[in-house]
Design a protein around this ligand. Sequence first.
Ligand code: CP
Ligand code: NVA
Length: 308
Amino acid sequence: MKNFINISDCSSEELREIIEEAKKRKNNRTGLNKSAADNDKPFDGKTMAMIFEKPSTRTRMSFDIAVKQLGGSSIILNPDGIHYGKGDETLRDTAKVLTEYVDIVMLRTSSHKNLEEFGKYLDIPIINGLSDLSHPCQIMSDVLTYEESNGTIEGKTISWLGDGNNNMSNSLIEAAGKFNFKVIIGCPKKYSPNKKILSWAKKNKVNLTITTKPLEAVKNSDCIMTDKWISMNDKVNKSAKKKILKPYQVNKKLMNKANVNAIFMHCLPVGRGEEVTDDVIDGNQSVVWRQALNRVHAQKSIIKWCLD
Ligand code: CP
Ligand code: NVA
């Protein structure tokens, strides 16, 4: 039994195995309907419980479809509708009960500590469907999407523009260490990556550059990534943060400074006209809709890996 909480918890070999399995399963589905089960139905008779403390479109839909394609079923639990860490039942007891009913749990939470605590009490695997600290499932889908477009990610340069201190940038830096690509973070000093991630990156010899200059961040880049300037539950002065991040907007001018075959990625939801302009996100270098689709394929592989 394995949990999938952070990219940094897994070895490079394990992560590569997950990506290759995703590619194989996706290819094998040619001609099948969107929710039809894969021929081998590896999740037959099994159930995933999903708990969302925060809103979600893609994670909710893609896990549900992933489970269906694996031949299993899923239940979405609204934390307000269950005894989830409230006064009347401890988190530990809720976890014990879920262990009796289902085979795997996915949790989206505002507090990474909740995820770790819940994981400790469960006797079944838990998957991180986004926390304040990391978003590993999205980054796995992004690696898959990059490789479908431009071949192996190893040795490539991925640029991150905007908020350098959020769940996505943290997981991207961890992925750079595990998949051996170069990552350049273009962000203002105030939104530089957090110290813990930086010391992990140093210890793990991640090829990481941080610059406050957007043009420098995209030079020789194979992929430009960004994310919403204001993350869910980001308790900041929104207009002040947006003003500081304005020079890091991904627009045509910036995109044109990257390599000619560079792609544009965004995990969505998007703040159109803020972190990215319409002509970039709707342009022919953008792969954002396939990123969303690939959440299904990457997560099928993650579920399988947890249960194998
Ligand atoms: N990218 C992503 O996690 O989207 P949702 O918030 O819609 O799940
Ligand atoms: N950083 C964003 C990612 C959304 C998928 C957030 O946490 O809101």
